[in-house]
Design a protein. Structure first.
Length: 620
């Protein structure tokens, strides 16, 4: 981080004693010189006054970097946090990079959306941060399509493509804790940015970090003729395009099924209601306590529907009261979806992999019935991330369409889908196991709004032939082979511990030697995308791109189990993913479940060593 040199602004340290650390003292001077938000400025002054140098270093001596979902961090003061100054700096870096990349930037402009997060203690609401980002751009003559109201994250990538904008920014931290916020960037193709765009934007930030005078003129976002509100237009065209994946509208209009929807205190309510109407449904019954935006997420400990039944209690109880059999839950920015079904008196909450099996089957089933003359099955594609279930691979192998996997994160899926579309291919469906689904290609990102209504139509069709979602899942596994998968994670906030765990696996018993066994289980292949190694390839090089910014090692065991250990791109977690696959027509579910649990136990005990490394376990 570039320091202020000499004695410039040394009086800014008058609120406390210099630390003696030249880098820290320079960073403090920078912050107090540049920050014009009184609340975040006061946070640094208080820490300085109290001599809290470690926290000051954590906040000021490092900068956020783009992870699997853009920038995410706590809201508050410091270059490592989300606040007015870092949003301004990042957007200035965006401007420099976009101006270099797009000569027509001032004609095409940029899309900005935001969710409903906010924190009074630092004055960092998503809406305010979005307006500041817009201010930076309009101050340089760049038109901005700024939504006048909070929107689901998928609205931004959708709008980028529809409006032919150069890029898009979404201010959100999705399902993260209430203290967090984020800055997600989409490129002109409507997919999240990957390298080199992320690195180049940050390099532009570092080259010119001082905020421009006009960047603080927040009123520009309200008064500039360069600000264009396209909320109604984009919502209308989104709903029109959504209708292209509706195949049974007349059936939907007559169904006796009732649905409950929870938006988890986020942005999803209005948009999911509209989507159901497009498909001919009566709007789903909303959970009243969670219908309206609430940045404190007051009814849930964790605003993440992926956590399962424990966070879905209000919606399940409402469904029982209202006689509804299916619950759909969108996360706070409505890009992910959880689903539960009441079947034979008990609730089944589908895992991300299970719901993907259903949606993949459904999208192909509908294509066969409605679009078989438009293209050959060989030109159809489905995609999933490498840590997701391989059920789509099994379906593709039997039905004849194409399947590909990518690195974890929808940024990889979105960009690969974009490339396939440019080649004239048809992509029906893509997913990641963390309840992210792309039904069709109107949005090149996960989309909880479209997934919710597609699930409702699938449930309606199945109900018309007296089949439940859970029953159909069994049918899929019986046809294509049981795919028993389990995902969980350990909390670990110490980067040194995480590094030590993964470096041990790369030097297991001897230097540069991966393990041959995990407890009693022999290892057939190892793939390490952090280093680019894959023992299953002739040249020992991973087919998946190298991703040095995160840890990810996959082990294929001799008994057929495939497990992956990786770090989260958005939270302090070490995740594990494990799957056992059976052959079609074999009733070997119990054996696969038992064998999977044994491998996971060995993996945790021998490779993660939670007691030794102080890891806190959490289960999905």
């Amino acid at each position: 981080m570039e320091a202020i040199r000499g004695d410039e602004n040394c009086n800014l340290l008058s609120g406390g004693k210099p630390s003696g650390d030249r880098q820290l003292d320079a960073a403090i001077r920078q912050w107090l010189h540049w920050d014009r938000n009184p609340k975040t400025r006061a946070q640094i002054e208080m820490l300085l006054h109290n001599g809290m140098n470690k926290e000051l270093r954590d906040r000021l001596c490092s900068r956020m970097s783009f992870g699997t979902a853009g920038l995410r961090s706590a809201m508050g003061a410091g270059f490592s946090c989300i606040n007015d100054l870092t949003i301004i700096q990042t957007t200035q870096g965006m401007y420099h990079y976009l101006a270099r990349s797009f000569p027509d930037l001032r004609q095409r402009g940029l899309v900005i959306g935001y969710d409903t997060r906010g924190q009074a203690s630092s004055n960092c609401s998503s809406k305010r941060l979005a307006k500041l980002a817009a201010t930076v751009l309009v101050s340089k003559g760049v038109p901005v399509f700024l939504f006048s109201k909070y929107v689901p994250t998928p609205w931004v990538p959708y709008a980028v493509r529809k409006l032919k904008a150069t890029a898009g920014i979404m201010i959100t931290a999705s399902h993260n804790r209430k203290e967090d916020n984020g800055y997600k960037v989409y490129w002109e193709n409507g997919a999240q940015i990957t390298s080199p765009h992320d690195k180049e934007i940050l390099r532009c930030v570092e080259e010119s970090p001082e905020p421009w005078e006009d960047s603080w003129r927040e009123n520009l976002a309200d008064s500039s003729p360069l600000i264009k509100n396209t909320l109604d237009e984009i919502t209308r065209t989104y709903m029109r395009d959504l209708a292209t994946v509706c195949f049974h509208r007349e059936l939907n209009m007559k169904t006796p099924l009732k649905f409950v929807h929870t938006s988890f205190h986020g942005v999803g309510h209005d948009y999911v209601q509209s989507a159901f109407r497009v498909f001919g449904f009566q709007p789903p019954i909303p959970v009243p306590e969670q219908k309206d935006p609430d940045p404190n997420f007051s009814t849930v400990k964790c605003p993440n529907p992926e956590e399962g039944e424990s966070v879905l209690q209000l919606s399940l109880r409402l469904a029982e009261k209202e006689g509804a059999r299916v619950v759909v839950a969108t996360d706070p920015d409505a890009d992910r979806l959880a689903v539960a079904e009441l079947n034979t008196g008990r609730w089944k909450v589908f895992t991300g992999n299970e719901l993907a099996a259903l949606l993949g089957w459904w999208m192909f089933f509908c294509w066969q019935r409605n679009n078989e003359k438009e293209c050959d099955v060989e030109d159809l594609y489905m995609l999933a991330t490498a840590v997701s279930s391989s059920i789509l691979r099994a379906i593709a192998g039997k039905e004849g369409f194409q399947y590909e996997d990518t690195l974890p994160g929808f940024k990889w899926i979105g960009n690969r889908v974009s490339a396939l579309l440019e080649k004239g291919k048809v992509v029906l469906f893509a997913f990641e196991e963390s309840i992210g689904y792309m039904c069709g290609t109107a949005v090149l990102d996960k989309d909880g709004v479209s997934a919710a209504v597609v699930v409702a139509e699938m449930a309606t069709y199945l109900d018309s032939i007296d089949v439940s979602l859970e029953d159909q899942l069994v049918n899929i596994y019986e046809t294509y082979g049981y795919h028993i998968a389990k995902t969980s994670y350990f909390l670990c906030s110490d980067p040194a511990t995480i590094k030590r765990i993964f470096e041990r696996l790369r030097n297991f018993n001897s230097l540069k030697k991966y393990p041959d066994y995990c407890g009693p289980y022999g290892i057939l292949h190892v793939r390490d995308v952090t280093t680019g190694y894959d023992s299953s390839q002739i040249n020992k090089t991973s087919v998946l791109p190298v991703s040095k910014s995160s840890q990810m090692i996959t082990f294929t065991f001799q008994n057929g189990c495939v497990t992956t250990l990786r770090t989260s791109g958005t939270e302090p977690k070490i995740k594990y993913y494990a799957e056992m696959c059976g052959a079609p027509g074999q009733g070997d579910k119990v054996y696969l479940e038992e064998e999977l649990e044994k491998v996971i136990e060995a993996l945790v005990e021998n490779f993660l060593e939670p007691s030794k490394n102080g890891l806190a376990w959490r289960s999905h």
